[in-house]
Design a protein. Structure first.
Length: 530
């Protein structure tokens, strides 16, 4: 059986069908999507600086990982929710509202003075940023004729991918600006505001009411209960996962050798998991009896779409490990302002290879098939993470670069074919929903993956440090002597142990990517086998 023709040979072709306000509106919406995606990963290279500036305990990684998770969760929930609402009350009011929410979140992030405030601000920002993607996908259906929509959706997906791929580099560039101000990471959020305002103004000016397809759906048909159940199950599940690092270790140990504290939700792990499961089942049962569920039910009846969702989930879970653990590894070995610069140097080859080969993947897939291309990509991801596991050393963090390059090429090759497979299998009337669903699956993998793997890493570090005595000032020891001994302890013991746990996390990420070959094998039998 020949490979599907999911990947259009000319991605720019559909733009020729747009004129005047339609073209301006589409480009302005793309700029807004890019901005929202940029902030999805911009934290990667600046998180170590934020932790220091906000005086957050560096040992409490299961707490401050929520600076990443809060944005991801809100982003995920916003995609299906806002897409449905925009069908009911129109695109322009919703996109302006989404940008306003994004601006409010950015303003709060720029002024955050505590971890709790920053997490809340990032959630608000993520809700606005995530809302921009489904609106733009829906706008494709409004502006483009049926024959041009797949290519246009591909452009939206590419812009979204490029945004979060370049996020870490953007963050490092802002941190590296030659200006004399404290806490330069706050500039990232201040800069968002004028960009979002301009994008909103352009969308408002270029809005053409005649270009929007009027929907017969009514706002009262929106599945409010389904949206609440979906959001609650995700939140509870991730809270449970991120608090699981202390399972099976001595109560109250809390990485005591490193000065860490016990997770306040550790005692509620199993109740949280149980409630998350109950709420998740309630969401599924509720959706089955809705005429307008949050996710179109017929998409889940396609085995091809289900297999592709599973692959996207596993790819996302593996992907976020490099984005987060790479800079964390740098933070263990670098100091001061050098952390962001080194993080950028580590992640730049990874993200740039991913961006370049996401376009190259389209060309390769057109010649050898989408499943073969995705299989090559995922194999390279596995190989890259195994290289990271074997080669990375705390003495020289640049030993991570070869593995990151190989993994970046792999992720790039896999993404375009996976998106195209979903579009080929989806009904014409639900191309936007299918594309958004594939992205939701990848983002779900990212947020659940980072929560689970962080908990595993914390648990592993708890075990490794459980036999170590805390470094405390002894009787008769001067402060200078104590600080010197503490510094030596960190250098000789804490950093090597922490780095060891990070390299083990890379190995786990390789296993996650390897699991993707199970659903990929199904796609091989259905699509690419001759």
């Amino acid at each position: 059986m020949s490979s599907p023709s999911a990947l259009p040979s000319k991605s720019i072709g559909p733009l020729a069908t747009l004129t005047g306000n339609g073209r301006h509106s589409f480009f302005a919406a793309l700029a807004a999507v890019f901005l929202g995606a940029l902030d999805l990963t911009v934290i990667a290279t600046v998180l170590p600086k934020m932790i220091v500036d906000l005086r957050i305990n560096t040992a409490d990684i299961d707490r401050y990982v929520w600076v990443v998770n809060a944005y991801l969760l809100a982003y995920i929930v916003a995609i299906p929710v806002v897409g449905r609402i925009s069908d009911m009350i129109g695109r322009t009011p919703i996109v302006i509202g989404a940008l306003a929410v994004f601006i409010a979140g950015s303003l709060l992030c720029a002024n955050a003075e505590s971890l709790e405030t920053l997490i809340i601000a990032r959630a608000i920002q993520g809700a606005g940023g995530g809302a921009l993607l489904p609106i733009t996908l829906a706008l494709v259906g409004d502006l483009f004729p049926p024959g041009r929509r797949i290519a246009a959706i591909g452009i939206v997906g590419a812009v979204d991918t490029i945004g979060w791929v370049l996020g870490p580099i953007w963050g490092a560039m802002i941190i590296g600006l030659p200006i004399s101000i404290d806490q330069r990471w706050r500039l990232i959020f201040w800069i968002n505001i004028p960009i979002a305002v301009v994008a909103g103004w352009l969308i408002w000016r270029s809005h053409d009411p005649q270009a929007v397809v009027k929907s017969s759906a009514r706002l009262r048909d929106f599945d409010v209960i389904g949206a609440l159940l979906f959001a609650a199950s995700l939140l509870l599940f991730n809270l449970a996962l991120s608090s699981g690092g202390e399972v099976g270790v001595m109560g109250g140990s809390g990485l005591r050798a490193f000065g860490g504290t016990s997770n306040p939700l550790a005692a509620y792990l199993w109740p949280l998991l149980g409630i998350a499961l109950i709420v998740g089942i309630a969401f599924v049962l509720w959706s089955r009896h809705r005429t307008t569920p949050l996710f179109p039910s017929d998409l889940f009846q396609s085995p091809i779409i289900l297999a592709t969702i599973a692959i996207n989930f596993l790819v996302g879970a593996a992907l976020i490990v490099a984005m987060v653990d790479g800079p964390v590894a740098v933070a263990l070995t670098a100091s001061g302002d050098d952390v962001s610069r080194r993080s950028a140097l580590i992640l730049a080859p990874f993200t740039l290879c991913m961006a370049a080969f996401s376009f190259g993947g389209s060309v390769i897939a057109s010649k050898i098939g989408v499943v073969r291309t995705a299989a090559i990509g995922i194999a390279l991801v596995v190989a890259g993470y195994l290289l990271l596991w074997l080669m990375a050393t705390s003495d020289n963090v640049y030993t991570m670069v070869p593995g990151l390059i190989v993994a970046g090429i792999g992720f790039g090759l896999a993404m375009a074919p996976l998106g195209a497979t979903v579009l080929d299998a989806a009904p014409e009337r639900e191309l936007g929903s299918a594309s958004a669903l594939a992205m939701v699956a990848r983002l779900l993998g990212m947020t659940i993956g980072i929560s689970a793997l962080t908990a595993i890493g914390v648990h592993r570090l708890q075990i490794l440090t459980g036999r170590l005595e805390p470094v405390v000032q002894q009787s008769g020891e001067s402060t200078a002597q104590f600080l010197l001994r503490q510094s030596q302890y960190i250098q000789d013991t804490a950093i090597p142990l922490s780095f060891r746990v990070i390299t083990e996390t890379f190995f786990l990420a390789a296993l996650l990517a390897l699991l993707a070959f199970v659903p990929l094998g199904y796609l091989w039998r259905r699509l690419d086998r001759s």
